[in-house]
Design a protein around this ligand. Structure first.
Ligand code: GLA
Length: 686
C-alpha cells in the first residue's frame, strides 16, 4: 500500500470526468478536435492506449511511440490528464502467430484465436516477457510526461486458460498450497471415483471430462486463476512503480465478477476502479448499481474510488440494447458519486466507426457534438464542478454485507441440491430491502474486522472457515446482530461438507441446527407463517431445522416440515443471531430485514423524517413504514445527503433539516417533490 489514491488524482482537478480515448482509430486531424471538445465538455482525464499494442509494436521488438507522444501533448495542452494504459490486454496477431503457445485454450482443448481481444494465457512466460518489455519501454518513455496522472494496467482481467503451460503453473501453485501429493489427495478427496494422483505430472486443470469434475479441483482452479491473473497484474505494476513511484496504479474491476477474487487484489492497487454497465431493461438496476458501488468502495476500505467505465447510452453487447433516456446519464453518474466515487468516466470518448463496438454509445456519438447525447455530457461535466465539496468524503455504513469469492465458487459447483440458490441472487435479495430503507451498507470479507458494524448480514456463506465462524460468534457475543441466510456453514475451505448437524460451525451462535436441505418443488410457493400466525410465502428452498435455544420466529406450514422452524432468532451473549432456512418472497424478506434492523438499532438515513410520511408514500414492497418511496435512493456522503429518484413518477420525500442543494444552490426544506430522474445533493444549512 502506497500513500497514493484518488486524492492524488483529484488534487487540483476536483471530481474526475472523462473516458477511454482511442485516437489510433482516427486520422490525426480529428485528434485536435477531440482535445478541444474534451476541454469544452469539462473532461479532465482520458484513458489512452488500452488497445494500442499493435500500433506501438507493429513487429516484435519495434517501437512506434511518435503518435502517442503527439496524443499526450495535445491532451496536455487541452488540460486533459492521461490515464495511460499498458496495452497488454489485446496482443497483436504476430504474438499468437509466432508463438501459438501464448494463446488461451478452453476446457475442451480449443484454442481461442486472435481476431478479437484478450487472447493470452495469463501463465505464458512468452506473453509475460513481451508484455513486460513493452510496459518497461512505455514507462521509461512517459515517466516524466506532465500529462501522465494514472497508470491503467491491462483491461478487465478475467482470462481463464486450460493449456499445458497453465497446467504446469497450476501444479506449481498446488505444490505451494499442499506441499506434497498426500496433502493434495486429501484436500481433493481423490479416494472418490478412483481419482488418486501418484505423480504431479498427472494433475490437470479441470478440463472437459465425461461427467462431473472433482469440485475441489475446480475450486482450486478458480483460486489459481485469480492468483495467476493477479501475479501478472503485479508484475506490470511493479515495472511502473519502479519508474514512477509518484503515479497511482489501477486496473478496471467488473463489480461482482466471478473469476477474480477482488478482496485479494484490492490492496495491490492505489485506486480501486470499476466498469459498470447496468442493463436499462432490468427494473432492479438502480439497486444493483448501488450494491456494486458499495462493493467497490468497500474493496478500497472505504476510500474514494473511480468509476472508470460506464456507458452514456446503449451498449452493443447485449442481444437487444436499450438506450438511456434523457437525464439517465446524470442520474447514474451522481449515484456513483453519492456512493463514494471521486470520478466518473465512460467507454468511450468518440464512437468507433469500425470494429466490434461500432454500435456502442459514446460521449461523442457518430452524429457529432450537435446531439442530445453530447449536450448531456457537456452539461454534466460542468455540473460536476459544483460538487467539489464532496471530493475525498467518506460514506459511513452501520451494516456489513458479507461476500466471499471462494464461497461463491464452491456454492455454484454442479452436483448440488439446487442450482436455484446462487450467490449474487442471495446477496441482492438481502441488499435490496436495505437499499429500500436508505440503510447504508458496506460489503465485507467474512474474516475482516466487523466489530464497528451494528449489524452483519451473511446472505450465503456456503463455504466458511473456522476463523470466520469464530469471529462471527464472537461478534454476536459482544453485542452484534447477525443475520445468516440459507445453505450457510455447509463446507470447509476445501469444499468438503462439514459433518454433524448444520450449520456446524455456527450452530452455537444460531441456537439451532438442521439435518437436511430440502429444495422445494419448482414454481410451488413454500407456505410459512410468522409466530403471530400471519402467513407468508417463500420459494425454492427449505431446511429441516430444530430449535436449540433460539426462538422460532417463523415456521413452515406444509408437509413433513409443518410447524418446523423457518426462521430462528437467538439471543446469544450480548447480541442476537438470526438464521433463515428458506428464500422468502420480497414482502416477507423486507419484514424480516425490518425486524433484524430493529434488533440492531439501525435505521435508514431518512427514517426519522420518513416516519412522518403518509401511507401513500410508502406503498412499495412490504409496505414497511421505513421504506423510502418507490424508486428513491438516499445516502449520506460526508456532510452531504444525496437523494435520487430512479422511479418514473414524482416522489415526495421529507427533508430532516433545511438544506441547500449544491447542484442548484436552492434552499430546500420540509416535504420535497423529486421529479423522475431528479438528484439533489443537500448540504445542511449552517
Ligand atoms: C468493457 C471494456 C471496454 C469496452 C466496454 C464495452 O468495459 O473494458 O474495452 O469493451 O466493455 O461496453
Amino acid at each position: 500500500m502506497t500513500g497514493l489514491g484518488m486524492h492524488t488524482l483529484t488534487a487540483g482537478r476536483g471530481l474526475i470526468f472523462g473516458g477511454d480515448y482511442n485516437p489510433e482509430q482516427w486520422p490525426e486531424e480529428v485528434w485536435a478536435q477531440d482535445a478541444a471538445l474534451m476541454r469544452a465538455a469539462g473532461v479532465n482525464l482520458a484513458t489512452v492506449g488500452v488497445f494500442s499494442w499493435a500500433r506501438i509494436e507493429p513487429e516484435p521488438g519495434v517501437r512506434d511511440f511518435g503518435w502517442l507522444d503527439r496524443v499526450l501533448e495535445l491532451l496536455h495542452d487541452a488540460g486533459v490528464a492521461v490515464d495511460l494504459a499498458t496495452p497488454t490486454a489485446s496482443p497483436p496477431p504476430w504474438l499468437g502467430h509466432r508463438w501459438p503457445q501464448t494463446l488461451p485454450v478452453d476446457e475442451s482443448g480449443h484454442t481461442l484465436w486472435y481476431g478479437s481481444r484478450n487472447q493470452f494465457c495469463p501463465c505464458s512466460p512468452i506473453y509475460r516477457e513481451r508484455a513486460l518489455a513493452l510496459v518497461t519501454d512505455l514507462a521509461d518513455r512517459y515517466a516524466d510526461h506532465p500529462a501522465l496522472a494514472l497508470w491503467h494496467v491491462g483491461n478487465e482481467y478475467g482470462q481463464v486458460c486450460h493449456c499445458d503451460v497453465a497446467a504446469q503453473a497450476f501444479r506449481d501453485w498446488l505444490q505451494d498450497r499442499y506441499g506434497d501429493l498426500a496433502g493434495l489427495n486429501e484436500a481433493w478427496g481423490t479416494t472418490f471415483w478412483s481419482q488418486r494422483y501418484g505423480d504431479w505430472a498427472e494433475i490437470l486443470p479441470p478440463r472437459r471430462a465425461p461427467y462431473l469434475v472433482n469440485p475441489t479441483q475446480r475450486l482450486d482452479f478458480w483460486r489459481f486463476t485469480s492468483d495467476a491473473l493477479r501475479a501478472h497484474f503485479r508484475a506490470e505494476r511493479d515495472v511502473l512503480r519502479a519508474r514512477t513511484p509518484q503515479i497511482p496504479v489501477t486496473t478496471n474491476f467488473m463489480g461482482l465478477f466471478k473469476p477474480v477474487d477482488y478482496w485479494s487484489w484490492a490492496g495491490d492497487e492505489d485506486i480501486v476502479a470499476n466498469d459498470w454497465y447496468p442493463d436499462p431493461a432490468d427494473p432492479d438496476f438502480p439497486a444493483r448499481a448501488a450494491l456494486t458501488h458499495d462493493l467497490i468502495r468497500s474493496l478500497g476500505g472505504g476510500r474514494p474510488w473511480l468509476l472508470l467505465e460506464s456507458a452514456t447510452g446503449a451498449v452493443n453487447w447485449r442481444p437487444h440494447n436499450l438506450p438511456k433516456p434523457a437525464g439517465q446519464l446524470r442520474l447514474e453518474s451522481l449515484q456513483a458519486v453519492a456512493r463514494g466515487a471521486d470520478g466518473v468516466c465512460y467507454f468511450q470518448w468518440r464512437a468507433s466507426r469500425f470494429g466490434a463496438e461500432r454500435f456502442h454509445s459514446a460521449m461523442l456519438p457518430h452524429a457529432g457534438p450537435d446531439t442530445r447525447a453530447h449536450a448531456e455530457v457537456r452539461a454534466h461535466g460542468a455540473e460536476l464542478r459544483r460538487l467539489a465539496p464532496v471530493v475525498g468524503e467518506r460514506v459511513a455504513a452501520q451494516v456489513a454485507l458479507l461476500h466471499d469469492w471462494p464461497s461463491w465458487w464452491a456454492l455454484e459447483e454442479p452436483g448440488r441440491p439446487s442450482d436455484r440458490i446462487n450467490a449474487v441472487d442471495q446477496l441482492f435479495g438481502y441488499y435490496h430491502p436495505l437499499w429500500r430503507r436508505g440503510v447504508t451498507v458496506d460489503l465485507a470479507h467474512p474474516e475482516s474486522d466487523l466489530t464497528g458494524y451494528a449489524c452483519v448480514v451473511a446472505p450465503n456463506l456456503y463455504l466458511i472457515s473456522d476463523a470466520a465462524a469464530q469471529a462471527l460468534t464472537r461478534y454476536v457475543a459482544g453485542g452484534g446482530t447477525l443475520l445468516v441466510g440459507p445453505f450457510s456453514g455447509v463446507a470447509d475451505p476445501n469444499g468438503h461438507i462439514r459433518t454433524g448437524r448444520f450449520p456446524a460451525p455456527l450452530r452455537e451462535v444460531l441456537g439451532g441446527s438442521g439435518e437436511a436441505w430440502l429444495p422445494a418443488p419448482a414454481d410451488q410457493p413454500v407456505r410459512c407463517r410468522w409466530a403471530d400466525g400471519t402467513p407468508f410465502t417463500a420459494s425454492v428452498w427449505t431446511e429441516s431445522l430444530r430449535v436449540e435455544g433460539a426462538e422460532p420466529v417463523a415456521t413452515f406450514v406444509d408437509g413433513d416440515l409443518a410447524a418446523a422452524p423457518a426462521v430462528l432468532r437467538h439471543r446469544f451473549g450480548a447480541g442476537t443471531a438470526w438464521y433463515v432456512a428458506t428464500i422468502a418472497d420480497p414482502a416477507p424478506q423486507a419484514e424480516l430485514i425490518e425486524r433484524v434492523l430493529a434488533d440492531a438499532g439501525v435505521v435508514g438515513v431518512l427514517s426519522a423524517a420518513a416516519d412522518t410520511t403518509t401511507a401513500a408514500d410508502t406503498t412499495a414492497v412490504g409496505g414497511g413504514p421505513r421504506e423510502l418511496p418507490p424508486g428513491v435512493e438516499a445516502i449520506r456522503r460526508g456532510p452531504l445527503l444525496f437523494l435520487l429518484n430512479h422511479g418514473a413518477d414524482p416522489a415526495h420525500v421529507p427533508i430532516p433539516d433545511p438544506a441547500e442543494d449544491l447542484l442548484t444552490n436552492e434552499l430546500v426544506t420540509g416535504r420535497l417533490t423529486l421529479a423522475p430522474r431528479a438528484v439533489l445533493a443537500l448540504r445542511p444549512r449552517s
